[in-house]
Design a protein around this ligand. Structure first.
Ligand SMILES: [Fe+2]
Length: 217
C-alpha cells in the first residue's frame, strides 16, 4: 500500500499497484490507441470497468476514506490510483462522506464513472448560454438519478459534463473515475446555479501533488 509520502514521491504511474487496476489501464490504453470514436471506445471499455467495480480487495482502505484537508471541501477525498505521465489518463477514487455533496463542477474529459461503495444522488445540468463568459453560466437541471453500487455511466463532454453528487447512503460513497485528463490538477469550473457564478478551480488530489502548485488563477 502507498502511504502519503510514498505516493508524493511517485506522483505518476501506478500509485496503487494492483492487478485489477493494471488490467483496466492496459485495456484503456489499448482502446485509446485503436478506437478513434469516443462513444465506441467507451462502449468497448465498459466490461473492463464493470469488472473493476465488481472486484474486492484492490482499493486500500485509506483511499476509501474521507479527507478532512480536501480541496473539494466537505471532507471529500480524491485519491489518484493511476496517473499517466503524459497526463492523458487518470484513475481515481472519490470519497464523499454520508450526507455530504460536491460543488457543482465539470470534468472536461471523456471517461467512465461508477459507484464502488454506497449510493449517490446525481444532479446533472444543461448549460443554456453560449459559454463565452468565463465568469457566468446559465444552468438548468437536465436530470437527476440515484446511483447504486456497481452502476456506472460514460461521460462525453460537453454533454452532461456539469453535475454535483451527494452521498445518500449511511456510509461514505466511493466512486471510481476513469478520465482522460489529470482531473484534479487541470483547471476546471465550479458553478453556482442560483447566481450564475462560475469560478475556475483545481481540486487537487489528497495523495499526490500537482506539477504546478495549487494557487489561485
Ligand atoms: Fe464529478
Amino acid at each position: 500500500m502507498c502511504d502519503l509520502k510514498h505516493a508524493s514521491e511517485h506522483a505518476f504511474g501506478y500509485l496503487v499497484d494492483a492487478p485489477e487496476i493494471r488490467a483496466l489501464v492496459t485495456e484503456t490504453k489499448r482502446a485509446a490507441a485503436e478506437i478513434g470514436d469516443t462513444a465506441a471506445r467507451l462502449e468497448a471499455l465498459k466490461p473492463a470497468f464493470a469488472a473493476l467495480l465488481a472486484s474486492d480487495g484492490w482499493l486500500p482502505p485509506k483511499y476509501a476514506s474521507p479527507d478532512d484537508t480536501s480541496g473539494m471541501g466537505s471532507g471529500i477525498g480524491q485519491y489518484a490510483l493511476y496517473r499517466a505521465e503524459d497526463r492523458s489518463l487518470t484513475l481515481f477514487s472519490l470519497v464523499i462522506p454520508a450526507g455530504a455533496e460536491t460543488p457543482v463542477h465539470d470534468h472536461l474529459a471523456w471517461g467512465l464513472i461508477g459507484i464502488y461503495r454506497g449510493r449517490q444522488h446525481e444532479t446533472v445540468y444543461r448549460r443554456l448560454d453560449d459559454g463565452r463568459d468565463e465568469a457566468r453560466a446559465v444552468l438548468e437541471v437536465s436530470r437527476s438519478q440515484v446511483m447504486d453500487t456497481g452502476q456506472f455511466y460514460s461521460l462525453i463532454p460537453p454533454l452532461d459534463d456539469i453535475h454535483y453528487v451527494k452521498t445518500v447512503s449511511d456510509e461514505p460513497s466511493v466512486s471510481i473515475h476513469l478520465l482522460a485528463n489529470d482531473t484534479a490538477c487541470v483547471w476546471r469550473h465550479r458553478f453556482e446555479p442560483a447566481t450564475g457564478a462560475v469560478q475556475a478551480f483545481r481540486s487537487g488530489y489528497s495523495n499526490a501533488p500537482c506539477p504546478e502548485p495549487l494557487t489561485a488563477r
